[in-house]
Design a protein around this ligand. Sequence first.
Ligand SMILES: [Zn+2]
Length: 75
Amino acid sequence: MAIHYHCRHCKVKIGSLESVQSTEILGFHHLTSDERSTMLTHDSNGDIQVKVICEDCHEALTQNPEFYQLDTIIQ
Ligand SMILES: [Zn+2]
């Protein structure tokens, strides 16, 4: 399977890991089930989409915390 990372805010593609044999090495099992259900999406073909925050958004959020709250309300 492949793991695809996208920014949860601007939807930019951050990167992909191809031919992953086990999600154990990615540390997903350290997440709570809540975190897993919000961060991880399983595609029908077996790939996993991971929602993270890109550097640009992380910087924007650090400088404008209100922006993050706004985004949360929209979702
Ligand atoms: Zn972003």
